[in-house]
Design a protein around this ligand. Structure first.
Ligand SMILES: Cc1ncc(COP(=O)(O)O)c(C=O)c1O
Length: 381
């Protein structure tokens, strides 16, 4: 429970991110246990959180790394991930990023367009090497999540569309510096309805059939990430249901002998272990509710402003009777609001406020807008 750490939390200048490393370790133990049942390989999606102590835990748990930039690859390797377990996705890989990844001889490039294949081939040729690649295919599966974190629909910019595949296969025959080892998918993030993953399995099976009918054997099937977490009940559900998640893929993916299945999980591994801790600066009377004005804002956690996302807000200092507050930050933007009409115990200046489930896509998206200082990270053991 976050409240168990209250004394420690009270000692640090706010705002800051607090990471519960014990919960992170429990989460990683659980994910490994469930994935190992089926020999599934899990890569941690660094984009969710790139703090060194977090990456150290990922390496210790034996996970691979899923990167979307050259700097993420550099950070992953510096943190101890083996290049043999690094995958690299992204619709806009720059030449410098590709060259760096080639020099590191990473496990696999997840390629997102025919143009990218041509450029990667050229750069690999210059280095007289062969890049292992997986085609990121857009499966046109609806993830039923927020439109900004839906990635697997044909209208999205990600991946190669199914109708392009015949041409891409022809193209690959000419590209001698690429070796096709697999196919890759990622349909979106914060997916809580597992039926979206079941639909993904059906599409993967159809693509597998198609490749086989074109005499292409695939060694690796990468189904991406996207498993959601419970933002509403972080204490009751601190660890996602990895058992149900992996068993669904085991049940519905039709694998060929020797094929390896890969996952790229970010949010599900780190979201619940992090909280943004802030103090109340001011209470101000509004038209219908009071405003609780915090010293943390969208510069620390942009998700509510960007995706209208929900984060549970807790007053850790007060046990008085409840009232309604619009909980807002100090930034000069109306969207700088963590929650409207939130029921909180009577809240006063100086109270410690926890914004829960902020470990993923929180600190990594922080900005220095308004020339704000960067919030520190505190690790709770
Ligand atoms: C290609 C790819 N893989 C994996 C992830 C991780 O997703 P999540 O944090 O939802 O597991 C993302 C997130 O956007 C992604 O773009």
């Amino acid at each position: 429970m976050l409240k168990d750490y209250l004394q420690e939390l009270e000692q640090h200048p706010t705002p800051f991110f607090a990471y519960d490393l014990k919960l992170l370790r429990q989460t990683l133990q659980q994910v490994k246990k469930e994935a190992d049942k089926y020999n599934f390989q899990v890569h941690y999606a660094l984009k969710a959180n790139t703090n060194s102590p977090i990456l150290t835990e990922m390496v210790a748990a034996g996970l691979g790394a899923d990167c979307v930039s050259g700097n993420e690859i550099r950070r992953a390797i510096e943190s101890g991930f083996s290049p043999d377990h690094v995958v690299f996705a992204g619709v806009g890989k720059s030449d410098a990023e590709i060259n760096f990844a080639l020099e590191q001889d990473i496990f696999c490039f997840n390629c997102e367009s025919s143009h990218e294949l041509a450029v990667l081939n050229e750069l690999a040729a210059e280095k007289n090497t062969v890049a292992r690649i997986a085609l990121r295919i857009n499966p046109n599966v609806n993830a039923n999540t927020h439109k900004y974190i839906t990635t697997g629909l044909e209208e999205n910019k990600f991946g190669i569309n199914s109708w392009e595949l015949p041409d891409v296969l022809k193209q690959l025959q000419q590209l001698q510096h690429l070796r096709l080892i697999g196919i890759h998918f990622h349909i979106g993030s914060q997916i809580t309805d597992l039926s979206a993953f079941r639909n993904l399995c059906t599409r993967v099976n159809e693509f597998q059939e198609w490749f086989l009918s074109h005499n292409v054997a695939l060694e690796h099937i990468n189904v991406g990430g996207g498993l959601g977490v419970d933002y509403y009940h972080p204490e009751e559900h601190p660890i996602p249901d990895f058992e149900a998640y992996f068993s669904l893929f085991n049940q519905f993916l039709e694998l060929r002998p020797g094929q390896q299945v890969h996952f790229e999980l970010g949010r599900a591994l780190v979201a619940q272990c992090g909280s943004l801790i802030s103090k109340v600066l001011y209470i101000k009377k509004g038209m219908t509710t009071n405003f609780a004005i915090l010293d943390a804002g969208m510069t620390e956690l942009i998700r509510p402003a960007l995706y209208q996302s929900y984060h549970k807000i807790e007053n850790m200092s007060s046990q008085l009777s409840e009232d309604k507050y619009d909980v807002v930050g100090p930034i000069c933007e109306s969207s700088d609001c963590f929650g409207k009409a939130v029921m909180l115990p009577e809240t006063n200046r100086g109270d410690l406020i926890a914004i829960r489930t902020a470990g993923a896509y929180g600190e990594v998206m922080a900005s220095q807008y308004n020339l704000r200082d960067k919030a520190q990270a505190v690790y709770l053991n």
